[in-house]
Design a protein around this ligand. Structure first.
Ligand SMILES: NC(=O)CCC(=O)C(=O)O
Length: 263
């Protein structure tokens, strides 16, 4: 399948501009043959956390209408990155996924809030898993900092996900962690990882390097350090073969972990 990864240059607080640019890239991706399109984290507002009252998408209404109509019109699956959303007077970092029929198949809010970027001061955390299917492709999704919690992503793989989609705003100073953690999540879960980071304008410090990693841990693509749309052809059929090569799912001893690891 062809995956369109949109390493967007997210404008800080520039909501209308961000929707326009996202739409332009989604249309370009589909024109280039993409069957799945992936956006980065918080692409509607950026980390304009102090202005969420004014800027966050009320009940995700605008984003849902945007993703639903584009996915249907263009017959493309859209993993909609994440957006800042206002629900019941609280703010969330929420990921919506639409299939190519324009149906909402995945909705979850970031579970672990990232203190170094003040998320815990402004946002509420979610608590539900993000498992969905895009046609025949069994998938899961987790946002940025959530990849530091291997047991969280493992739960998606145990539930049947063969690819994990990771939208992010991962800053340059820890980009080595990003690469290693993504590779580790792919190797330990023997699944594909499709991870899309953002690019920053001058003041903020995000240098892209989105990644697609195979279930054996092989890096299939690394994004540039600039805004880009990349269309990458991925053969998702290799997961079962890799899982047969080293049968970690059969060899797991979950009863033991529960006994030994106390909360
Ligand atoms: N937006 C995020 O969750 C950033 C996570 C991050 O930078 C990290 O080091 O973890």
């Amino acid at each position: 399948m062809k995956i369109g990864c949109i390493q967007l240059n997210v404008g800080f607080g520039k909501v209308d501009e961000n929707y326009e640019r996202a739409e332009k890239f989604i249309r370009e991706a589909v024109a280039g043959g993409a069957e799945i399109v992936v956006l980065p984290e918080m692409w509607n507002t950026g980390y304009a956390l102090e202005k969420l009252e004014e800027l966050a998408d009320e009940n995700g209404k605008r984003t849902k209408a945007f993703l639903s109509s584009l996915s249907k019109e263009l017959a493309v699956h859209i993993v909609g990155g994440s957006v800042s959303v206002k629900r019941d007077d609280k703010f969330y970092n929420t990921m919506y996924t639409y299939n190519r029929d324009g149906e909402l198949v995945g909705e979850y809010s970031k579970v672990h809030l990232f203190r170094l970027m003040d998320e815990h001061l402004y946002l509420e955390s979610g608590s539900n898993m993000n498992r969905f299917a895009l046609g025949e492709l069994e998938a899961g999704g987790a946002i940025c900092y959530d990849i530091r919690f291997p047991e969280w992503l493992r739960s998606h793989a145990l539930d049947g996900a063969k690819v994990l989609f990771i939208p992010a705003q991962w800053p340059t100073p820890r980009i080595d962690h990003w690469k290693i953690l993504l590779q580790a999540r792919a190797i330990e879960n023997q699944c594909f990882v499709v991870a899309v980071n953002r690019i920053a304008r001058k003041v903020e410090n995000f240098n892209g390097q989105s990644m697609i990693i195979g279930p054996w841990g092989e890096v299939l693509w690394t994004g540039a350090e600039d805004e880009e749309l990349a269309i990458i052809d991925v053969d998702f059929s290799t997961v079962d073969e890799v899982r047969g090569r080293i049968p970690v799912y059969e060899d797991r001893r979950p009863g033991l972990y529960e006994k030994v690891i106390k909360e």
